[in-house]
Write a protein that binds this ligand. Structure first.
Ligand code: WT7
Length: 658
């Protein structure tokens, strides 16, 4: 277990004071409450018998090829099973059944490419595409249980690929396009992926950008498990071709049969692996299975976003490379038969009004995005969104990091027309689906707080010893009972699963977040209490970046902290000690930034690298990141009395002045 600081370390005293005094509340309008899908009685009903409640949701929201008779099995904690004897096909639930029910002509996806090209898929069309992809992947030798690495931009083929894998029982492992060839290779190796699905590239800020070269580079060294690479043509760039290994999407999927029968898979059959950063260097392959995951993603999507599938247009801006793009782009909206928008690019291309242009064009009713984006929009100025008709919006969501009350108020006023409820949703790659959030037709929302555990979810805030803390107090966020979409483990590493999540407190899941109950009994998230950073809602590990830095021949030692940043929430700041042979010059910083980019990916490049003569360490050799964070955030350095050498902080201060 890594060093755990107290939750209060992550917030200044002032911020905590403010949290305690937030007294603005926003009740849903009478009209919203009257038409809401979920009502206040849901909490009592769900919490009276949680497994029974989830069983009911599983039956109502999903179509099972073989009904289950058992709900939860928790006889071997922390290994849970849900709906174990049932069988279900995720793709059938997302697609075929809507066509069979007569909704084949409903739009499933409005795709908007960055250059402005568009495509629309109805449920009938998307079903056909997924059947073709399933046939094509099978013809390449893929069978149930095989792993597929997916390295794609935000284009419809990403959703088609994931659902085609799910249809045949293959396990997808999406690697975000911002990760490097090295990061891709380590994930391919860990999961022993047989197939890679990628594209020539994508578009970024009006220019083509590539993906296929990273796949080629990842597969240069022998000894990998990959048999074929399927390549979607997206930006038309020239690509290197490995005969026998590489196949064009158009030549395989494009020519495949549209006939494909979906068979049920066991409820606990693995659906996907998604790697995420932990407190140690090696990313963890978070494993999710089928029945429970689909149940809770579908339920939360319906309840938290008050989804009316016939009339709503849902837009979740997350990339498919992250859990949000799995749960609330690929699975839940389609399982629920919703119409959604999918956008390939950045919010400022070709202009800073792009998001609002899209909202206006497709009459988006529900927008789900991240605080880092909201803060960026604030910075750009409200005159930009004010130029567009945003009156279709009736609900706003936030995810990925704490949303500061100012950003919340701006989001409500400028984007939500002072009327749309805001749902701040707390969850994690590991939880699979939303765990803490208001119910928009029920809860009086409060700026900055994620507020209440979802019906059927047992969230708590506890002290060092695991005892619940009273209202008005802070501690660690835990989950006291298993939930349907919980991770089932870490791919290939049961011990690490137990150790990371279930050993800090007895019989409780430890989320890694600090939290606080306010006087009204609402939950405030206070940031990570471990060595995990949150940069623009993306999870990065301090240790992982430190390992990347010290793998460079010029670096002797490195310490990385997440320093508060106005726009991105946190920014990566690295302190490095150079080897005797390396000369300190301006170039070393650029060299090291690029080196981290190569080792992990551009998203992990430190914003600032400071060359220092020493690092603050305890007598047992642990780096005291807390003190470095003080330096990085420009504060007076805190208590340094436990340092082995208490002159170190002065040495650092002197070297930074020089
Ligand atoms: C970590 C999980 C959930 C999908 C995106 C991130 C932070 C997430 C919130 C929120 C405060 C939040 C937590 C959590 N986080 N949502 N609404 N308020 N913090 O998934 O990459 O697995 O990161 O993101 O620190 O532990 P992830």
């Amino acid at each position: 277990m890594s060093e755990v600081t107290t939750a209060a370390d992550n917030q200044s005293g002032d911020a905590l004071e403010n949290l305690l005094t937030e007294n603005r509340h926003f009740a849903p309008s009478a009209e919203f409450a009257a038409n809401a899908i979920v009502h206040a009685d849901e909490y009592a009903k769900a919490n009276a018998d949680r497994p029974a409640f989830w069983g009911e949701q599983a039956r109502e929201l999903l179509t099972w090829s073989k009904p289950f008779t058992k709900t939860l099995d928790w006889t071997n904690p922390p290994f849970a099973t849900w709906f174990e004897d049932g069988e279900i096909n995720a793709a059938y639930n997302a697609l075929d059944r809507h066509v069979e029910a007569g909704n084949g002509d409903r739009v499933a996806i409005h795709f908007e490419g960055e250059p402005g090209d568009t495509r629309t898929y109805t449920y009938a069309q998307l079903t056909e595409e997924v059947k073709k992809a399933a046939n094509a992947f099978e013809s390449l030798g893929l069978v149930k249980g095989d792993r597929v690495a997916v390295y794609l931009p935000m284009i419809p083929e990403a959703v088609i690929t994931l659902l085609a894998c799910a249809r045949i029982g293959a396990i997808h492992s999406v690697v975000f396009g911002g990760f490097s060839a090295d990061a891709l290779r380590s994930r391919i190796d860990d999961a022993e992926a047989k197939l890679v699905i990628t594209s020539d590239g994508t578009f970024r800020r009006g220019k083509p950008s590539s993906l296929k070269p990273a796949v080629d580079e990842a597969l240069v060294a022998p000894g990998h498990s990959v048999q074929h690479v399927v390549v979607v043509k997206r930006n038309g760039q020239d690509v290197k071709w490995v005969e026998g290994r590489d196949v064009w999407w158009d030549d395989t999927v494009g020519t495949a049969s549209t006939e494909h029968t979906a068979v049920g898979h066991a409820a606990e059959h693995p659906l996907f692996i998604l790697y995420t950063s932990g407190t140690t260097g090696k990313p963890k392959g978070i494993l999710h299975t089928t029945g429970g995951y689909l149940t809770q993603t579908a339920y939360t999507h319906r309840a938290v976003f008050d989804l009316h599938p016939e009339t709503d247009v849902f837009w979740c801006t997350a990339d498919v490379g992250w859990i949000t793009g799995h749960s609330y782009v690929t699975y839940a909206p389609l399982i629920n038969g919703a119409t959604q928008v999918m956008y390939e690019g950045t919010p400022d291309s070709p202009h800073q009004g792009r998001f609002w242009e899209i909202v206006e064009k497709y009459k988006v009713t529900i927008l789900y995005t991240a605080p880092t984006a909201i803060r960026t929009f604030m910075k750009w100025g409200e005159e930009i969104p004010n130029k567009y008709d945003l009156s279709s919006i009736r609900l706003l969501g936030s995810v990925g990091e704490p949303i500061n009350p100012e950003a919340w108020m701006w989001y409500r006023r400028v984007i939500g027309g002072n009327n749309a409820p805001i749902v701040d949703t707390w969850w994690q790659t590991e939880t699979g689906a939303i765990m803490v959030a208001p119910l928009p037709g029920v809860t009086n929302t409060k700026p900055g707080s994620a507020q209440v555990p979802m019906p059927g979810i047992a969230v708590d805030v506890v002290d060092e010893l695991g005892a619940s803390v009273p209202h008005g107090h802070g501690g660690y966020l835990t989950i006291r009972e298993p939930w349907p979409s919980m991770l089932r483990g870490i791919w290939g590493d049961n011990e690490r699963y137990k150790d990371t999540y279930w050993s800090r407190f007895d019989e409780m899941y430890f989320a890694g977040d600090g939290a606080k109950w306010d006087d009204d009994g609402d939950i405030w998230l206070l940031g990570r209490v471990d060595d995990v950073m949150n940069i623009s809602g993306h999870r990065l590990s301090t240790t992982e970046i430190e390992s990347a830095l010290v793998s460079h021949p010029s670096v002797a030692e490195a310490a990385v902290v997440g320093a508060a940043d106005e726009t991105t929430g946190q920014a990566v700041v690295a302190f490095v000690i150079l080897r005797g042979s390396a000369v300190e010059d301006a170039d070393i910083v650029t060299t090291l930034r690029n080196h981290v980019g190569k080792e992990i990916g551009p998203i992990a490049k430190p914003k600032t690298i400071l060359v220092v003569p020493e690092l603050p360490k305890t007598r047992s050799g642990k780096i005291m990141r807390r003190l470095l964070k003080d330096v990085a955030e420009g504060r007076t350095v805190g208590d340094a009395s436990t340092l082995a050498d208490n002159t170190v902080m002065n040495q650092i201060a002197e070297s930074l002045k020089a």
